[in-house]
Design a protein around this ligand. Sequence first.
Ligand code: 13P
Ligand code: SF4
Length: 354
Amino acid sequence: APSDPGLVERARAAKEKLGDKVFVLGHHYQRDEVIEFADVTGDSFKLARDAAARPDAEYIVFCGVHFMAESADILTGDDQQVILPDLAAGCSMADMATAEQVAECWDVLTEAGIAEQVVPVSYMNSSADIKAFTGKHGGTICTSSNAKRALDWAFEQGEKVLFLPDQHLGRNTAVRDMGMSLDDCVVYNPHKPNGGLTADELRAAKMILWRGHCSVHGRFSLDSVNDVRERIPGVNVLVHPECKHEVVAAADYVGSTEYIIKALEAAPRGSKWAIGTELNLVRRLANRFAAEDKEIVFLDKTVCFCSTMNRIDLPHLVWALESLASGKVVNRIQVDKETESFAKLALERMLALP
Ligand code: 13P
Ligand code: SF4
């Protein structure tokens, strides 16, 4: 539906009043009505870098989900305030690894006698607590655009990796990009005693994958890939690495949201694409590239929006901007100092990856 013109006007006015004091970041999965007001858009890696690159902005309004706003707070100065327009914009994957569960897992690895060989690598899609755990234990953060480089780095530091919390990104990167086999990977289930693994299984594994997943990307199936290939002969299948391994293995191209956009920009006229990632982005790309005669379809019509990304809508953005413009700070995301210092260590290791 088109945005309410009154709200568009109000967002414009509040943004203008704030001027350089505010910097609005928008993740590619945000609604069009929100993207319209973003000073910069990007994947999680680019947004983390962009947030840190604006030390003069007093307010960083993060149109994305909670873990992204936390990361922005960690990477920005103490005098900068990060605002998440709706505090209910979380991420179900990030919630799948809690600090207690991860501490317990470390005890299990210690018990099995392998903790010293293990380097934690945590996906950006995790809470600040998990990032702090990662920093404390000598590990790094990664995103879907640098997961291979993060794993290369980690295997220079140790013999095994504990990959948190997205088992799919971990497995896909290990098998597809690093030449490991599925047998090199085990899945640690935080809801089972000892993660559901024996000490021998842990000792034999190279990749210990946390049992987490994205509820949106997890719904694309091998059937959806086969169906679209049948329906659209010559179609290129392009999916996000949060998809299941069998989906990624059957796809033609795999990459982060930023990669997906670049691939479509470079695609020849007349080419056909089926995209396996969040629907707001796929729709925007389909509209944008229709004029260039590129046919872009959603990989599986039964998959829906990321409901938490979608919580940030124009009314929430207007409310946040107008509050700031009237001198009232709302929905500030602030990571405590102790957590921040260790989490920052892990994030800076990522930013320093070659
Ligand atoms: P990227 O934008 O880094 O590809 O991440 C996708 C995602 O799921 C963010 O929540
Ligand atoms: Fe989390 Fe998946 Fe939504 Fe990304 S798309 S914010 S990983 S639930």
